[in-house]
Design a protein around this ligand. Structure first.
Ligand code: NAI
Length: 808
């Protein structure tokens, strides 16, 4: 509602009337939400196995806008987590056994329930979190309903669209406070749709809408134990993460906690998806529509008080327009309104808690200390509660703390660039990789820049667009896994264990090759003489190991078959460098990569007999078995040559005049530790999908049977494989894998070996949050159902969602 205040200007001047107008209060009523809290006596317990359970201790939850206590909730203990996990486990078989349609009906019921109580949820969320009612009412809650509807659809289509897959089992989910109910929806809807049961731990600052959701679960009559809620702080979250009977953890929150969860789950076999922090660039080229840019910036960094993981917090502006844009932004900032979140006419509400406000203030102070210029509007923010004005920094050095650290508040830092190349370099100058916005009226320029940005979502001439149909998630230290769309569903699914009718792996329980009765003398007699020591293969060249040592390779008959280089840290470093230098591989068309994979297959085929003899001598397999391994490796190369131009992305159907493109991008440089069983086929099965999708690899061949791999480099050399795409470093598998896992320039590690080795890899990967795929149980590589296909391609790529609105 607008009111006018007395003005000294002429009463007939329309301009004067406009200048004098200001906003009157437009409060949304909070009585129903407060009555709901009162009806519970202001104290809430946990929701376990369909019942409310009081906690042994409680803590206070405050209203950020006033600092007043809103309610008390239970502090979950390890015993509460135990009870919740037990309930979820007990509920799993029946939930999983339901028909897809039945699960779809439950998700639909939840979606309807949220819609029916939408305003109640919105007001409660604003009270608890401090975000404007305009946002909870128009963005958060409608998106929550949308997620449940969308995933009711995936539940319905589960069997048809994800054949051979089922839910992980019991899923533990830990969520943050910035979008409390929306994060719940992003987690719970896909988990339930995929047939998992859930234990959720909401953030300690904002548990109320999750508690109201638990009530809704009870109202719609979801089977007991399918959804369980335990409130509490980080220790409760840690207890959930560490619980041995949880099959998968999904986490959204800070990068530091994400790292600790990676370490805590290392070697446990638990599935993991992490959605972490960001420092997302907002790139403005000089031909951009500046009026739209200004509104875009408002939505990028002042939406939700800047407490958004994908907030466009780094404004990168082309030099020629920087001054003009900054002036326009300042003018716009003067007109932003900060105030009580339940006021329908405010733009920004309260910061979540005094501790976060303090963090924002101290980072701003540090910005000034480091020489940047701080600008804030002339008006003051309310003094009661936790409020921070919109803030703009200029004169910021790219290395300044405020340009590097996630502030998680309404603070924008501005940097300038001259050329598109410089923009890309600046944009990628961060360990994070969540999102980016690109603004230009030249669609060619925008679409050229978008794939060069290392992040999971790119918005063209737009920002902060979300929808259940489109995946969301990061690259690099912003975490891994996607939420939303088909790609988000995969995070909650795993292959159904092989049926009893499947062919039995030729493996013993220790994962070693069970020798198929070697027929002795005449087989080894066809071996070529030992006349050379294979070297390492790095950057397309055969090189001697840095250590100056070699390792013996013994044949199945106990004779020395040959020697291979004993690779070390330095060799791996060189190999990683060579792999990075081969970045052009990722830019080749799928068809070109396919040609090279076919050529590899052809050249391997030409030497099949020689490879079979080598395998047979090492492993003791009869030559016919070895020959069939070589044939299977050739077929596998064909499979991925076939896939190279067919692993398409998707066009998501989002509610937007435009398109959202889900593009598969290679992960980058991937370390691969190969299994001992099927030493040739195992290597090819791991390397080919990675290479087919544009990755470059540093391979540690089978430690026990390395000669199959070292023979391969002569095949590489004759097959036009560009230097650095595949690098081979022979040596001790576990120590070398660990080096790769610790290496900051390695983007992912695939490891097949021992459980101890897998644990070490996962633990070490936490430093730069690289993607890992570890396995220590035997895999039947010859069976195409286990040894090849989409599961490998999915792991070899990450999805970038590119939002392109169109129209004048
Ligand atoms: P946080 O990462 O500590 O909290 C997120 C959730 O994790 C909460 O539910 C918390 O109880 C839980 N948690 C904390 N420690 C845990 C542990 N060891 N094991 C399992 N769960 C644990 O984030 P916090 O402290 O609330 O905010 C600090 C900073 O984190 C913010 O300033 C911001 O930079 C970042 N952040 C990023 C978010 C995002 O969406 N990417 C969301 C929230 C915070």
């Amino acid at each position: 509602m607008m009111t006018t205040t007395p003005s000294t200007a002429s009463p007939t001047s329309v301009r004067a009337l406009f200048d004098a107008m200001s906003y009157g209060p437009a409060p949304e009523g909070d009585a129903p939400a407060r009555q709901w809290i009162e009806a519970h006596g202001g104290v809430f317990g946990h929701f376990i196995n369909g019942r409310w359970v009081s906690g042994s201790a409680v803590f206070d939850v405050f209203e950020p806008a006033t600092g007043n206590r809103l309610a008390q909730v239970a502090q979950g203990t390890a015993a509460d987590i135990e009870a919740a996990v037990t309930a979820a486990r007990a509920a799993l078989p029946a939930w999983r056994a339901l028909s897809d349609h039945a699960r779809a009906r439950w998700l639909y019921a939840l979606a309807r329930g949220i819609q029916k109580h939408a305003r109640h949820f919105a007001v409660l969320e604003s009270l608890d979190n401090g975000k404007p009612i305009r946002e909870t009412r128009d963005i958060d809650i409608p998106l929550v309903a949308r997620h449940f509807y969308h995933h009711a659809g995936w539940a319905q289509l589960l069997g048809a669209e994800f054949p051979g897959h089922q839910g992980y089992g019991v899923v533990g989910q830990v969520i943050p406070w910035n979008f409390p109910l929306l994060m719940l929806a992003w987690k719970v809807a896909p988990a339930l749709a995929a047939g998992n049961t859930v234990v959720l731990k909401p953030a300690e600052f904002t548990p109320l809408t999750a508690l109201r959701f638990a009530e809704l679960v009870q109202e719609v009559g979801l089977p007991q134990g399918v959804f369980n809620l335990v409130t509490g702080d980080g220790t409760t979250g840690a207890a959930l993460v560490e619980h041995p009977d949880v099959d998968k953890i999904a986490f959204t929150g800070s990068t530091d906690v994400g790292r600790s969860i990676r370490r805590a789950t290392a070697g446990t076999g638990k599935g993991l998806s992490l959605e972490l922090g960001g420092k997302s660039p907002f790139v403005v080229f000089e031909d951009a529509d500046l009026d739209s840019v200004v509104e875009g910036v408002v939505d990028a960094i002042w939406f939700n008080q800047g407490q958004v993981c994908c907030a466009g917090s780094r404004l990168l502006v082309q030099e020629g327009i920087a001054e003009r844009l900054v002036e326009r932004l300042k003018a716009r900032m003067e007109h932003l309104r900060v105030g009580h979140p339940l006021d329908k006419a405010i733009d920004m509400g309260a910061i979540i808690a005094p501790v976060q406000l303090e963090r924002i203030r101290s980072l701003c102070a540090q910005g000034v200390e480091e020489g940047a210029t701080c600008w804030q509007p002339s008006w003051a923010v309310p003094t009661e509660g936790s409020f921070h004005p919109p803030t703009l920094f200029t004169d910021v050095a790219p290395s300044a703390t405020i340009a590097q650290v996630e502030i998680f508040g309404p603070v924008l830092v501005t940097l300038t660039f001259r050329t598109p190349e410089e923009a890309v370099a600046l944009a990628n100058n961060t360990p994070y990789g969540l999102a980016a916005s690109v603004w230009s009226e030249n669609i060619n320029l925008a679409l050229d820049v978008a794939p060069k940005l290392k992040c999971g979502v790119v918005w063209i001439n737009s920002t902060n667009l979300f929808d259940a149909a489109s995946g969301f998630g990061g690259y690099r230290e912003s975490g891994f896994g996607r939420e939303g769309g088909r790609e988000g569903m995969w995070e909650y699914l795993k292959p159904v264990p092989a049926e009893s009718g499947a062919p039995a792996p030729v493996l013993d329980p220790a994962g070693e090759l069970a020798p198929v009765a070697a027929s002795g003398g005449e087989e080894s007699a066809i071996m070529p003489p030992i006349d050379r020591t294979p070297k390492l293969f790095i950057g397309g060249k055969q090189v001697r190991p840095d250590s100056g040592y070699s390792r013996p390779v013994m044949g199945a008959d106990g004779r020395l078959l040959g020697e291979v280089g004993d690779g070390n840290r330095k060799d791996l470093r060189n190999a990683v460098e060579a792999a990075h230098a081969a970045a052009g591989w990722a830019r080749l068309a799928g068809h070109q990569r396919a040609q090279i994979l076919y050529y590899l297959a052809e050249n391997l085929s030409a030497r099949a007999g020689e490879f079979a003899a080598r395998l047979s001598a090492m492993t003791g397999e009869v030559t016919t078995t070895a020959a069939s391994e070589v044939e299977a490796a050739i077929a596998r190369l064909f499979t991925y040559a076939a896939w190279a131009d067919k692993y398409d992305g998707a066009v998501h159907d989002v509610p937007l005049r435009g398109v959202a493109l889900a593009m598969h991008e290679p992960i980058g440089v991937v370390g691969v530790a190969c299994p001992d069983p099927s030493p040739l086929l195992g290597l090819v099965s791991l390397v080919a999908p990675l290479v087919a999708t544009g990755n470059r690899v540093v391979v540690i061949p089978s430690e026990r049977y390395p000669l199959a791999a070292t023979d391969l480099y002569s095949v590489f050399e004759t097959s036009d494989l560009p230097a650095g795409v595949v690098n081979l470093v022979t040596g001790a598998r576990d120590p070398l894998s660990r080096v790769l896992a610790e290496h900051d320039d390695v983007d992912a590690v695939w490891y097949v070996g021992s459980r101890e080795g897998a644990t070490a890899v996962e633990r070490a990967s936490a430093a730069n949050l690289k993607r890992t795929w570890t396995e220590w149980t035997p895999r039947h590589w010859r069976d195409p159902r286990m040894g090849e296909g989409r599961a490998f391609l999915r792991r070899a790529t990450q999805v970038k969602n590119l939002w392109i609105p169109y129209g004048e």
